[in-house]
Design a protein around this ligand. Structure first.
Ligand code: 5AD
Ligand code: SF4
Length: 514
């Protein structure tokens, strides 16, 4: 499978497989943890939670798996190639295990949740399989393996948000941080495995989110990205209105839940829970609370779903200069029949209306997207609809993928994966070529303008240049100079561009995000 992306921070290709290093929190227990992550930003954020949980128990982190006592690999299931990558990576740990038979090898995250104990049968090297809601159990599970058993915990939860665990962020540049605000997804897009691997949607207490963001700001961070599979359905009920949870009620989640809904003949919309009542904290409210921490703190968020990005959210973005003018709004397809098969619950016209609302309420807002080519039964004309809506919107950038059937999903149950790979690939190439044109056109229009940039560090190519991002999330490169440094804002006059980068000269240091 081929995936093509124009990278940004949320799905940063260069971070795939990155190992995490933390300062030990408590007295060392003499054991070393090696943890590496794949997939989306949520997984990278989860690995920091895992490392924090084990640091409390005295584990130190190492960037060299050859000296580790515990190797964890935090996995992604979104497409088949993501899973293949993890399986290949596991082979690399075989020799380490032969050298150190006491070594614990664990698989965490979405692939662990999807395959459960089957993982232990398929990959003999693996000792522990742990799903995304069971990380608090890791110290016990490691003990179980120390006692000579294999260990599995893939229980999904309706409540776990790890709200009380403040992740330590040592791999970070100390300037931008990801803060997860919700977990799971109730959307049931027919192609997607996430509702099965990450369970039902639940939001984190807003006070703990604001406290984490304020703490980050106090320790020098200047940008937070609020993370969730579907941030616009963030919702927190006041304590007195929280649903009563009965201890005995066993939650039905994941694949089992889908089977139950399908068997009952109920509409899939029973999976959603989006009514907002008086007193609820919505995503628009949360954005405002975080924006008010300081005008010097930039606020970003990802991912928005076209069906529930409200005008309220758009007005909040427009109201606060430090909420960045950038929205990631996955479209998946430009054809209404395909969108219906995908169970996206919006059509082409709805998407165009949301784009019009963004352009009206937040002029100059950059929009990026996700596109899938060759979904079940997609015709050539329907593929053309995707190309034509791209012309209409002119996305700043896009993540573009060939459809990859995932076992257990609604599409796998209901539709044939009938578009040959060669056609999926050709359609993908057409989509990518168009996107490259649009990205370049968008950036060319910015030549001659001045962009406020949060400096993140030296550019990838040279330490004579700094690199940072504009409000609209475009990488800007300019010469290192007197009077400004990483973590500060500077106005940059854009002189030229490539297809993905703006290049210019710094004017003057600035104190606020806009
Ligand atoms: N095949 C291809 N792409 C997928 N995505 C999710 N599931 C699949 C799949 N089965 C893409 C969607 C989503 C992004 C995170 O990954 O575009 O928005
Ligand atoms: Fe998957 Fe759709 Fe949920 Fe995104 S919104 S995680 S594509 S089910």
């Amino acid at each position: 499978m081929m995936d093509l992306v124009i990278p940004d921070k949320v799905h940063d290709e260069s971070r795939q497989g990155e190992a995490l290093l933390l300062e030990p929190k408590t007295e060392s227990n003499g054991r070393k943890l090696y943890i590496e992550s794949y997939g989306c930003a949520m997984n990278f954020s989860d690995s920091e939670i895992v490392a924090s949980i084990l640091a409390e128990k005295g584990f130190e982190t190492t960037a060299d798996y050859n000296v580790a006592d515990v190797i964890f690999i935090n996995t992604c299931s979104i497409r088949e190639n993501a899973e293949q990558r993890v399986r290949n990576r596991l082979r690399d740990f075989t020799i380490a295990k032969v050298k150190n038979p006491g070594l614990v090898v664990g698989v965490l995250g979405c692939m662990a949740e999807r395959l459960k104990s089957k993982f232990l049968e398929e990959e003999k090297l693996v000792d522990v399989v742990v799903g995304p809601d069971a990380y608090r159990d890791l110290p016990n599970l490691i003990e179980q393996v120390d006692g000579g058993q294999k260990a599995v915990n893939v229980l999904l939860s309706r409540e776990e948000t790890y709200a009380d665990i403040s992740p330590v962020r040592l791999n970070s540049n100390g300037i931008n941080a990801f803060v997860s605000i919700m977990r799971g997804c109730d959307n049931m897009c027919s192609f997607c495995v996430v509702p099965f691997t990450r369970g039902r949607e639940r939001s984190r207490d807003p006070q703990s989110i604001v406290a984490e963001c304020a703490g980050l700001f106090d320790s020098g961070y200047r940008e937070v990205t609020l993370l969730g599979q579907n941030v616009d359905s963030y919702k927190w009920k006041p304590e007195n209105k929280q649903e009563q949870k009965t201890e005995t009620e066993k939650p039905v989640l994941g694949m089992d839940l889908l089977d139950k809904v399908l068997a009952s003949g109920e509409d899939l919309s029973v999976m959603y829970n989006h009514t907002v009542e008086e007193g609820d904290v919505t995503f628009a409210n949360l954005l405002e609370m975080v924006a008010l921490i300081s005008p010097e703190l930039r606020v970003r968020f990802s991912t928005s779903h076209p069906k529930d990005i409200t005008d309220d959210v758009l007005y909040t973005i427009a109201k606060y200069d430090n909420i960045c003018n950038y929205i990631h709004l996955p479209i998946q397809s430009g054809n209404s029949r395909v969108l219906k098969l995908m169970n996206r619950t919006y059509n082409r016209e709805w998407y165009m209306d949301r784009v019009a609302a963004i352009n009206r309420i937040i002029p100059n807002c950059a929009i990026s997207t996700d596109i899938i080519t060759g979904f079940c039964s997609e015709t050539e004309e329907e593929h053309q609809d995707t190309l034509s809506i791209m012309d209409h919107v002119q996305f700043y950038f896009a993540y573009m993928f060939m459809y990859s059937e995932r076992p257990g999903t609604l599409a796998a149950k209901r539709y044939a994966d009938d578009i040959p790979d060669a056609i999926k690939k050709r359609r993908l190439q057409e989509v990518v070529a168009k996107q490259q044109e649009h990205s370049h056109e968008r950036l060319k229009k910015l030549v001659g303008t001045t962009q406020r940039v949060l400096i993140e560090g030296f550019s990838k190519k040279s330490n004579k240049d700094y690199s940072g991002r504009s409000d609209q999330n475009t990488v800007v490169v300019f010469p290192v100079g007197e009077g400004y440094k990483p973590g500060e804002y500077v106005d940059v006059l854009i002189e030229r561009c490539t297809t993905a980068t703006l290049i210019g000269m710094a004017h003057s240091p600035q104190t606020s995000a806009n």
